[in-house]
Design a protein around this ligand. Structure first.
Ligand code: BGC
Length: 819
């Protein structure tokens, strides 16, 4: 008998039930009598934050965000990311990482678009399998999330995603199914939303019929944080773990329901068994030191993070300007709101405290020498006033009145604080107060903007005088997952050479909320920018050899809890780019966004490089790519349309997006991303799979042009040769084009891809193994995947709009594959 089963049999039913809810925000319950340890889980996905708060002292390394990893199309690299993240998790004594996020890019406006890999289920699935395997091979559990239909943040805790079975089985479930069947994932997180009217955390068809029945999943299902809504239904449906703890619907309520026979002892035992199996699978840590968290910092990891950032960078345009020749560069103008600020990650639960981050300006200065690089911000792209970087003193007081001596003091490197748990162990969630203080000076005299937003009650003081009242009339707004108010701001003249003391006093609301409950505070300071700054940017651009505009968004826009308003660059960035391009014919735009963005200035600039949020080595990676030390090796994992008008999801049909009366209808069916734009090619700015290289490749189809396929499958081969004079990377993509038939299908669907890296003159053969399963659609009538006889084209493409040849595959008999 295995050990977990043995322990399970020895457990009393209340001990079993105790395993079914968290003990606190990040840990499960221990059962000391039977030596069952508590384990810790940690966010995820672009680092391992640990239990510490954002703004706390323990730091973590920041990896590229999901879409940047998606853009790498590199399964081997994703395995290494998973393995490196396992070390990060272990430093935090976490046995399970809450990652990867594999919801699909449906609208492009999802606040968490940045966190997800791709609009395509196969790219997402292959990368997720590698990431999960990398993690789990090191003994750290992955938690693939959010199962399923969590493609927007709008009313996310109640919204019903109404999705037909075909798009569910052919698109949205595919990454989860692959994670179960190919990676043997150990944990799955249910989503906040409802699926066709029922919360996913209590969806019997989803969790029991499909997941455990059809897919034979043997891991645990945990709820998203406060995403569990019942005792009886959730246990019956197969939700094993309610998070966070202490359980609102479990604990005493579960004990009572068990006692009253409303919940079956068999279901509780089955869930407890799965929890024990998880504990047996993962590395566990000494219970006495579980809260002592550490960080990893090695030269190898720094180098890896630098390389992996370039791996997902997509070169969208290059009119013979990149890579720049370092020896010929005398002056570079680094312009834009993302030049001096390191935008390394998206916002929300993916945020972590990094020990360091390199801005593009720092990266360029390091590579070229400070004298060679001139800087001007040009304009701002902030949604919220820029948080202050520096040494910030944080004093915690017992009680809500900032009274007496602080009971705990610490420092933070940034003026943003998120407390999921009580910030000091012995204080409650409502009976503490905190004073956060810093001293600063400004470089230039002028008008400055101060901003404050808070989930809880806060005031902001400048040199002892109240400047922003965040208490009077406080109400929930769009910040901090919808639990903070809208930012309040004030404009104040400040003088250079003077020192100013800024402090905020914060206390939580006096009662805890239903649903997600956090405490948060953020304040910031930034100069008020206008025409003078735009003109200054033009001036330095005009006098430089090359002008590089660092534009885009930030983790305040690309964030959990809030969808994006549109695809346009915020603030005056479009005007800035056009004005700089007029001032300097050698203008390059480096973009950082978590998804598609419009580019009205595209024809005016020489090059465009999309970098997403690539992690803490951002600035070094930018310099490497611009100066040709690294190849921009990424390809778009999401179509960039010209605008929102032609999207299948955003076409003025509110029931499709953002949803009406609590329902968002996915009735565009399979038509998302390139599956839609293949019928509207004129609406595309850059197609799915697109990206340029610094070298050039020749592709030759090395298979017969027609072959017959049966269940034993077939191999389609493509030879790729690097014809240029530099090493480089290319991504070979294979799409299946079905014959016209009685069932409506997308024009083509990606089935395989492979990234190749080649030195000059080097050749490599890419072999794609395909099977009739790759020809299938899901047939609800047959309750199976099915392909009918006919001739299918296997198109080899550089991107969704650039086929280079195809192989005809003949299927002679109908095939079925069970679910
Ligand atoms: C997010 C999850 C995350 C959890 C814990 C939720 O708000 O949706 O992805 O893992 O919080 O932080």
């Amino acid at each position: 008998m295995d050990k977990a089963q043995d322990i399970l049999d020895k457990m009393a039913s209340d001990e079993q039930a105790s395993l079914l809810a968290g003990a606190d925000f990040w840990t499960t319950h221990a059962v000391p009598r039977l030596n069952v340890p508590k384990i810790k889980v940690s966010d995820g996905p672009n680092g391992a934050r640990g239990a510490g708060a954002l703004g706390g002292e323990v730091t973590s390394n920041c990896f590229p965000c999901g879409i940047a990893l998606g853009a790498s199309w590199n399964q081997k690299a994703l395995y290494q990311v998973g393995a490196a993240l396992a070390e990060e998790a272990k430093a935090k004594k976490a046995s399970v990482l809450l990652a990867p996020t594999v919801n699909l890019h449906r609208s492009g406006l999802n606040g968490r678009n940045f966190e997800c890999f791709s609009e395509d289920p196969i790219v997402t699935a292959h990368l997720a399998v590698s990431y999960i395997t990398g993690l789990q091979d090191q003994g750290v559990g992955a938690t693939i999330k959010h199962f399923v239909g969590n493609e927007s943040e709008f009313e996310r805790q109640t919204m019903s995603s109404d999705i037909d079975e075909r798009p569910l089985r052919e698109l949205y479930m595919v990454p989860f199914e692959a994670a179960v069947k190919e990676a043997g994932v150990w944990a799955i997180m249910s989503s906040y939303n409802r699926l066709n009217g029922t919360y996913t955390s209590e969806h019997e068809w989803l969790l029991s019929t499909v997941l455990r029945g059809e897919w034979r999943y043997d891991g645990i299902v945990m709820s998203d944080w406060y995403g569990s809504h019942s005792t009886v239904q959730s246990v019956a449906a197969g939700l094993d773990l309610e998070m966070p703890g202490p359980g609102r619907f479990r604990g005493d309520r579960l004990a009572r329901a068990l006692h009253d026979g409303e919940v079956s002892a068999k279901s509780v035992k089955a869930s407890a068994g799965r929890m024990l199996k998880l504990i047996e699978r993962v590395e566990t840590f000494d219970q006495d030191t579980l809260s002592e968290e550490g960080s990893v910092d090695t030269p190898e990891l720094r180098a890896f993070l630098r390389d992996i950032a370039a791996e997902g960078a997509v070169l969208l345009k290059n009119d013979d300007i990149l890579p720049l020749q370092k020896s010929e560069l005398k002056s570079v103008a680094a312009i834009g709101p993302n030049a001096a600020v390191a935008r390394i990650m998206g916002g929300g639960s993916a945020q972590i405290n990094t020990a360091y981050k390199i801005s593009p300006l720092e990266g360029l200065q390091k590579a070229l020498g400070a004298n060679c690089v001139q800087f001007a911000p040009g304009c701002s792209n902030n949604r919220l006033v820029q948080a202050i970087d520096g040494t910030i003193k944080v004093d915690f007081f017992a009680g809500r009145e900032f009274a007496g001596e602080p009971v705990h003091s610490s420092t933070s490197a940034i003026s943003e604080f998120l407390w999921f748990d009580p910030p000091v162990a012995h204080l409650g969630m409502t009976d503490f107060s905190v004073r956060v203080k810093t001293t600063l000076s400004v470089e230039k005299s002028g008008l400055y903007r101060l901003g404050l937003c808070n989930a809880g009650l806060a005031n902001l003081y400048l040199d002892g005088a109240l400047v922003i009242d965040g208490v009077e009339g406080w109400q929930k707004g769009e910040n901090f997952f919808g639990l903070g108010n809208s930012e309040r701001t004030v404009e104040i003249p400040l003088e250079s050479g003077k020192s100013y003391e800024i402090f905020a006093e914060y206390r939580p609301h006096s009662a805890e909320w239903e649903g997600i409950d956090i405490r948060a505070l953020r304040f910031g300071l930034e100069p008020v920018l206008g025409e003078a700054e735009l003109a200054e940017a033009e001036r330095i651009a005009a006098s430089a050899d090359v002008a590089i505009v660092f534009a885009g968004r930030s983790g305040e826009w690309d964030t959990e809890g809030l969808d994006l308003p549109n695809f346009d660059l915020p603030g005056s960035q479009n005007a800035l780019i056009s004005r700089v391009a007029k001032a300097n014919a050698n203008t390059i735009v480096v973009l950082q966004t978590g998804g598609p963005v419009t580019m009205p200035w595209l024809s005016e600039v020489k090059a465009v490089l999309q970098l997403w949020y690539p992690g803490q080595e951002l600035g070094h990676a930018v310099a490497d790519i611009l100066l040709g030390e690294a190849e921009p090796a990424g390809r778009l994992p999401q179509t960039f349309p010209k605008g929102m008008e032609d999207s299948s999801v955003l076409m003025q049909m509110p029931e499709r997006y953002p949803g009406v009366d609590g329902h968002v209808r996915y009735d565009e069916g399979l038509s998302i991303g390139y599956r839609h734009y293949d019928r509207h090619k004129g609406a595309v700015l850059f197609p799915f799979g697109y990206g340029l290289s610094y070298t050039s490749f020749d592709w030759t189809l090395a298979s017969e042009r027609a072959l017959t396929i049966d269940k034993s499958g077939a191999v389609i081969s493509v030879e790729v040769e690097n014809k240029g004079s530099r090493s480089g990377a290319d991504v070979v993509q294979l799409y299946m084009v079905p014959p016209k038939g009685s069932v409506e299908r997308p024009e083509k669907e990606l089935r395989c891809f492979e990234k190749v890296k080649l030195d000059p003159g080097q050749k490599s053969m890419v072999d794609f193994s395909i099977s009739p399963r790759d020809l299938c659609f899901y047939s609800p009538e047959d309750h199976a995947f099915r392909a009918d006889p006919g001739t299918y084209q296997m198109q080899i493409c550089k991107n969704a709009h650039e086929p280079i040849g195809f192989v005809s595959v003949i299927l002679e008999e109908t095939v079925f594959y069970s679910v």
